[in-house]
Design a protein around this ligand. Structure first.
Ligand code: SAM
Ligand code: SF4
Length: 381
């Protein structure tokens, strides 16, 4: 493979602590035990970034995403110190999208004002539901009035904010799922992510599953949610993502268009392209081990070149999540292989009506979106 241009570059920073661990969550997040090692962790992120610089030397950074875990457990001063350190070390574009994930109940107005002043220009608030019964069933640390309060505070400082919701919750009815969506729309976000609650391995919910809506009901919920959001002017552009016109998240779009990202922080993953190879990296997961490895010199637990035969599948895994699919030219631009390398697979998926294609683009059909895993299997090496 040979790349003639390198893709846009994003920066992901992971914050691995939460007030408590939610029973459905398999993300790298850990309940805060005593106090947060705030200063030490910010120092570690800065050192981690410095170690990563040779891989991305000179390339402009288009977007930053501070995810978790719960980044909003960190103070405004800590986020300001971090962003200043990033600006001093990489070429952060002046119009960069800089998102921070915030949980209701972990901040007050002063903290949001400080985040905004530090340069955060987009917030993503983990609401999940506005219904106290469902919030309790999900083991969330916040209630519905804290959810509403969080949005009120966010709105005064940020014109660009996302709300994360989940549906198909324990004992949820269709009307309750739609009430959550209606409340979210009325709050005026630029973006809504609506995730189907899934039972993930090694979570408390997987060990003792709660009573969940059956497949028919959750499919009805998904359809009704999509209709409500479309009627309210949101574009459904990815499996779970809905945006007001012009407000699609640039950070996630870069993932889905198989762009590059340097991932720093505990357990963060990265994907970096070089002219003749694509490298994936992972940092140590557990916060204590991560901090110790940083002190010892580097927190990279694994680094490997992606085998060339796996690249078409990896590209599709991302690009086919987008309802508009991808420009055919992007395939070769991102992975350095001609589209003819997967012509039989493309043709088969088209014949099965899973994929649509014209001379410019390929996209998942409605059937392809519904049976995305089947569509993706066609591109397995
Ligand atoms: C990892 S969380 C981080 C954001 C923040 N800590 C929070 O929970 O509000 C990102 C989002 O993933 C979604 N999520 C997490 N676990 C999920 C699951 N098992 N099924 C569906 N969505 C899930 C939730 O909507 C959550 O807001
Ligand atoms: S608050 Fe978010 S990241 Fe933390 S445990 Fe709950 S879902 Fe996971």
């Amino acid at each position: 493979m040979k790349l003639t241009t390198l893709p846009p570059l994003s920066l992901y920073l992971h914050f691995p602590w939460c007030i408590r661990k939610c029973p459905y969550c398999d993300f790298n997040s850990h309940a805060v035990k005593n106090s947060l090692p705030e200063a030490e962790y910010i120092d570690a992120l800065i050192a981690d970034l410095e170690h990563g610089l040779p891989l991305i030397w000179g390339r402009p950074v288009q977007t930053i995403f501070m995810g978790g875990g719960t980044p909003s457990l960190f103070s405004g001063e800590a986020i300001d110190r971090l962003l200043c350190a990033i600006r001093a070390r990489v070429n952060l574009l002046p119009d960069a999208e800089i998102t921070l994930e915030a949980n209701p109940g972990t901040f007050e107005a002063d903290k949001f004002a400080a985040y905004r002043a530090a340069g955060i220009n987009r917030l993503s608030i983990g609401i999940q539901s506005f219904n106290d019964r469902h919030l309790a069933a999900l083991g969330r640390a916040h209630n519905s009035s804290e959810a509403r309060q969080a949005i009120e505070i966010a709105r005064t400082h940020f014109d660009n904010f996302n709300l994360d919701l989940m549906y198909a919750l324990p004992q949820q009815t269709l009307a309750e799922a739609l009430a959550d969506i209606d409340t979210a729309i009325a709050a005026g976000p630029t973006h809504i992510s609506a995730y189907h609650l899934t039972l993930e391995a090694n979570t408390a919910f997987a060990a003792a599953p709660p009573p969940l809506p059956d497949d028919d009901l959750s499919a009805d919920m998904q359809e009704a949610i999509e209709q409500r959001l479309a009627a309210a002017g949101f574009e459904h552009y990815e499996t779970s993502a809905f945006a007001r016109p012009g407000r699609r998240t640039r950070h996630n779009l870069n993932y889905w268009r198989f762009g590059d990202y340097l991932g720093i922080g505990a357990g963060a993953h990265g994907k970096i392209s070089l002219p003749d190879r694509i490298v994936r990296q992972a940092r140590y997961r557990h916060p204590a081990e991560y901090l110790q490895q940083i002190r010892a010199g580097s927190a990279i637990q694994s680094e490997a070149v992606v085998p060339v035969e796996q690249l078409p599948f990896e590209f599709m895994l991302n690009a086919l999540r987008l309802t508009e699919g991808f420009e055919l030219a992007l395939f070769q631009e991102r992975i350095g292989l001609p589209l003819t390398a997967i012509l039989p697979e493309l043709t088969r998926a088209e014949q099965e009506r899973l994929l649509g294609r014209d001379h410019l683009r390929a996209w998942p059909t409605e059937k392809g979106q519904r049976f995305l895993n089947t569509l993706l299997e066609r591109f397995l090496p």
